[in-house]
Design a protein around this ligand. Sequence first.
Ligand SMILES: Nc1ncnc2c1ncn2[C@@H]1O[C@H](COP(=O)(O)OP(=O)(O)OP(=O)(O)O)[C@@H](O)[C@H]1O
Length: 811
Amino acid sequence: MTEQEEQLDMVSGTLQNIIFAASDSYFKILSVLVEDSTLADWQEPEIIVTGTFADVQEGSVYNFYGDLVRHPKYGQQFKAQRYENELPPDENGLIKYLASGQFKGVGPKTAAKIVNSLGLNAIQLILDDPRVLAGMVKPALAQNLYRTLRLNLGLERFFQLGNQYGIGADLAGKLYDQYGDEAEDILINHPYRFVFEFDGLSFKKIDQIAQKSGFQDNNGERMRAAVYAAMNALTFRQGHTFLTLAQLESATDSLLRQPDIQQSEAIQTALDELISAHRVVVDQQRYYPKPLYDAEVTVAQQLKQLLVSPGSFPLNVNQVGQHLVVPDRIELDDKQQQAVQTGLASRLFVLTGGPGTGKTTIIKSMVATWQKLVQVVAQQGSFGTDWLKSQRVRLASPTGRAAKRMTEITGYEASTIHRLLGITDGGEAEFNADNPIDGGLLIVDEASMLDIELAAQLLSALPKDITLIFVGDSDQLPSVGPGNVLADMLASQVIPQVELDTIYRQGRGSSINALAADIKAGYLPQNFAANQGDRASFMVDGAQVPSAIYQVLEAAFKKGYSANEVQILTPMYKSEAGVNALNLMAQELFNPIKPGQKSLQHGQINFRQGDKVLQLENDSERDVYNGDMGQVIAVHYRSDGQGHEDSLVVDFDGKELLYPKKSLNQLTLAYATTVHKAQGNEFRLVIMVLTDQFYIMLNRNLLYTGITRAKEALIMVGNYSAFETAASRAVPKRQTSLVDRLQGQVETTARPVPSKEVPQNNQPIKSMLTETEEQSVSAGSAGGLNQATLRQASQDPLVGMLGTSPYDFMP
Ligand SMILES: Nc1ncnc2c1ncn2[C@@H]1O[C@H](COP(=O)(O)OP(=O)(O)OP(=O)(O)O)[C@@H](O)[C@H]1O
């Protein structure tokens, strides 16, 4: 017992009633009839006990260890940190317990036989090894008794064991869920297995557990686990799909923190063993975690297959051009037109370009043109409605917000990639190679956010003859997970691609796009400090940054901007200019607590109605994903009779979700977020904060991604030197082999397509369009920007909407 434990109070009593049992954890609220306790001034016959409990039985006696706490609404209750099932203290009691009916097939006679033979310690002995029952009862009965005892007592025993190893009940519950009866054996004898199989325990923690069990530093299991853990940590931190031997050695060294001369040899041995066990793949001296290797190979193979697929109705670029549909009476420029034509004439295509260059316009045009082509082909080929359905348009994006925007713009249903593939939270996808999705055209927007594993899942689940188009800005931050899919596809030059580079956005937001272009080129423009119609910079010294941000925020608030329209972006969570501090500052301004208002406290955050919040985890069942933003629309208290627990109701773009208090770790305030979390989102006003404090985080892609989230106005606050450093510093390169694989030896008939050339590849085997059809060409022709298009652009509904300028935000 630790010193801390000795200070815990104890309550012993009969469990009367389980008031609440959470469905997704072992958290329970119990009503207990007190028989004994160390609580000095507890006089009541009953006490409420809360905590993490296994399959506790009403009517059984338990000892609870913990503290008496005062709940703001429910008064005093006992918060248990651990507990034990008090087993009957004498042989008669034990016989009664075993014969109580809980254990099928065990009557008073059998129970007496067991207790007489095994003594008072019978239950422990059976749990340790059910073979002690041999000869006493039939094997089937012995198995059944053992299983029921395990179910009733195994988890409790594991909770206690976990406690000895410093593992909290929550984590112990998760381990037990994953491993069941085996959990105990693994924890004691093979703890390093958790590194490979269990998500939620760090190597350091596992190492501590193993040390308690007597594992030596040079143990082989330990070395293999250390190499693998170091490999995973580094690939995920840096976004690499593979590491060099030197990188791996140094990462393992720093994880073990005991570099000595033997280390390098031990690492090499561990690595060889990991390779034999198919946990690590080595290919041309590049060391990959197996899942990343498999994903990369799958992506390369699938992309190459698409490149040579004939498609369901092959067309050449001219035929597409003749049926081009351009919405909004815009005249596409040459590159834009080339994008639509090449995109739809190829089976695989990548469209890239900065903000305001027309990517969305092209998606709209592609969808409309595709619909038209499908109609024409259906008529010519006398295809029925089934064929038409099979050619339907699918739209997807890595984030919910971007998918919603695609729907609004195209009028077609768009979804997250997770939803498109039916990916559950365990990572299993409903759609895969054996059960592909349907559709003739799939457009994936915000493709810069696609990591190698999600890309592999997506590509594996596509029909072989689909037309696949990726759209994204390769200068934005790469995906959070490993891989560099969009940039690699572009760099490979084997996939038809077009880069749009003329910025069309007029009015508000246009000088932001020009600034983005300069930053992309690696520098801040001369006019950086000079305020423009839609952007301003507010450069101050480090200590003044928070008050400068406050002034800008206050001005935005007074100008009538709602919290949803303003977004503060900053690189990190900590520090006074970090996400956490700025969120509290903005909350006080935009949504201060009112006297008597309901609220829920979680950590440092006090959530209340009206708060802008951010989802931090993927929850595919409820279709809400890491990075989605919503608004708290209600706070419910249990004491009001509303549900079993205090909870929040959050509205995510029309979808209302309930968050019981225990799941509030899935949410945080969203007035300020990191740039990473804001990827795929756009806001009317962005306040971009960079200071020298964030030096290690500063790079071009971060700044570029941050400022291009601003649709109308941008205020930059911080140190000039920080902005300058960010603009000048290229993002660290991710180590991947996708470019090599795409350019590799696998046969492909596709040839690289330089962006300036409209390719004549994918020539149809037999055109399905007749001459007459081809002549009945509709809208759209190549050409530059004319007066009509300029008028169109200036009618952008966002232009001049607020009648404010960044000058209004200056103190
Ligand atoms: N060829 C063109 N002629 C005139 N206006 C155009 C042309 N192409 C696009 N535009 C206009 O430019 C603006 C920006 O285009 P669009 O939204 O398609 O760009 P984007 O690349 O998707 O930008 P973002 O990524 O910032 O959303 C729109 O108002 C659009 O109507």
